[in-house]
Design a protein around this ligand. Structure first.
Ligand code: FAD
Length: 469
């Protein structure tokens, strides 16, 4: 093993391979599992952000509506207990992605994003929800000069659509955050920031219960069928008969075998340092505590936690059969390159910092990288998901539109393309695994080796995936 490899492994020697967010909280008791057959107006399947926001908004819209939420394990078992939780105004995975997928609707989708973020913050206030939210904005930084054009494009879009954004040159970025590889950036300062997703998801569960949602944990959906009485959903010990069903199972794609045709369960990985001391914080700067992502092909994102650890993420993986809990991700191996990227980004910390936590989570990836809706049982069961890497606040919006579709409401949102059309098919196994494996290898080695990699990536782009080179 080389010296460099040994150094990377040492940094991960005492690491806990579990999400920092849930590990940093006192454990709470699960809600009881469903034991008896029951009937309800709306059944929500999945206890992540999307399901909880769906249940809460359904109750707020009509307190008389009987709402049940079932979760296969504990709430926050999926992506919602594991994100970086950089909160973006965008409901379509960033302003650049919005321009890519719905160029004619950017202005309206940006307006809806602002409205969603205001609604999100108003909800936190209304129910006194404590989730360590900080509103320092979101920033995209260019790695070297190669990403400056992308930063300029984002800046132009931010200005065009009314954001409070500033374009930072190299010195400007260094005044915000000290990294020798950041050569410029764009900082959107309003309505975005970071939160503690573990606290947020628990607070959403509390509010859902207070509003009268019946929450059953350790109650997996096993199957469903339409009957004259409604949609009958089987769980291990009891049946639920619901008038409508919102499937909020995102990367797990539970609820219908066809969901997988458009949703792949990609792993995204994160490492978190020990808390930084005062001198280390001085060496990094970061006084506005922005959520940051960069322009690398395999992008990295980073933020400070409330106790001043650096969270550093962005190493994708795929496991055969859309595995949502691979054992390999509970070992140091898949995190070594992420630590290497961290050292390259913050060389001033390289000799002294160790990593307390490392984990991965399943992202529901689609070719659009944003929420879409699949309709089953004549529209009485709707899947809302596919948020890819941006769902902490977008899921509130995604769930709201999902409810409107279930209620067959004719609203400006339900008339828009994002709500009426579908992302492209993604090939089934074994082609899915083969394609993902080749693509990730190509991305990892593209800069050093070139060769067949560019035409391959061009092919993947043709399928609809937004890979930037
Ligand atoms: C590593 C990582 C970093 C991320 N960083 C960010 C970020 O910085 N900013 C951001 O906005 N987003 C980020 N995201 C994305 C964000 O976390 C997700 O988009 C969001 O949490 C999706 O919420 P969800 O409720 O749709 O899905 P999930 O949270 O995955 O919830 C789905 C739930 O369904 C349950 N379920 C599955 N099968 C069944 C069944 N049969 N019956 C009942 N329940 C079932 C699962 O247990 C799970 O709890 C990140 C994600 C990951 C993994």
């Amino acid at each position: 093993m080389s010296d460099d490899q040994q150094r990377l492994r040492r940094a991960l020697a005492d690491t806990r391979f579990t999400t920092f967010w849930l590990d940093s909280l006192e454990p709470v008791a699960d809600e009881a599992a469903l034991e008896r057959d029951t009937v309800c107006d709306l059944l929500v399947v999945g206890g992540g952000f999307c399901g909880l926001w769906g249940a809460i908004q359904a109750k707020e819209q009509d307190p008389a509506r009987d709402v049940v939420l079932i979760e296969s394990k504990s709430v926050a078992n999926g992506a919602s207990g594991r994100p970086a939780a950089i909160m973006s105004t965008s409901v379509m995975h960033g302003i650049d992605n919005t321009e890519r997928i719905f160029p004619a609707d950017v202005a309206e989708l940006e307006r809806l994003g602002r409205e969603n973020m205001d609604g999100f913050r108003a909800t936190l206030e209304r129910y006194g929800m404590d989730c360590d939210d900080e509103w320092g904005g979101e920033m995209k930084v260019s790695i070297g000069d190669a990403g400056l054009a992308e930063v300029d494009e984002d800046y132009a879009l931010y200005l065009k659509y009314g954001h409070d954004a500033v374009r930072l040159d190299r010195a400007g970025v260094q005044a915000e955050i000290r990294s020798p590889i950041f050569h410029g950036g764009v900082w959107s300062r309003q309505r975005s920031g970071t939160s503690h997703p573990g606290k947020l998801v628990r607070e959403l569960r509390r509010v859902a219960l207070e509003l009268g949602v019946r929450v059953y944990e350790n109650t997996p959906h096993l199957g469903n069928r339409k009957t004259g009485a409604g949609i009958v959903v089987d769980t291990p010990r009891a049946r639920i008969t619901a008038r409508k069903v919102l499937l909020a199972t995102n990367a797990y794609a539970a609820g219908h075998r066809h969901i997988r045709r458009r949703v792949a369960a990609i792993r995204d990985r994160i490492v978190v340092t020990e808390p930084l001391g005062a001198a280390q914080m001085d060496a990094v700067g970061w006084r506005h505590r922005q959520g940051i992502y960069d322009t690398r092909t395999q992008l990295n994102y980073m933020r400070l936690t409330p106790d001043n650890r650096i969270l550093f993420g962005g190493r994708l993986g795929y496991f055969f059969g859309d595995d949502t809990d691979p054992a390999l991700d509970r070992t140091p191996q898949p995190y070594l390159r992420l630590v290497q990227s961290f050292y390259c980004t913050f060389p001033q910390l390289a000799d002294e910092i160790r990593f307390s936590h490392a984990w991965s989570g399943p992202i529901g990836l689609t070719t659009r990288m944003a929420v879409h809706y699949q309709h089953y049982h004549g529209g009485d069961m709707v899947f809302a998901g596919g948020y890819s890497g941006f769902g902490v606040t977008a899921s509130r919006f995604g769930a709201r539109v999902g409810l409107a579709l279930l209620d067959r409401l004719d609203t400006p949102e339900t008339r828009m393309d994002f709500a009426r059309t579908l992302p492209n098919y993604i090939p089934p196994e074994p082609f899915r695994w083969l394609g993902a494996t080749i693509t990730m290898y190509a991305l990892d080695t593209l800069d050093e080796k070139g060769g067949w990699r560019k035409p391959w990536i061009a092919l993947v782009q043709k399928m609809g995936f937004p890979i930037t080179l």
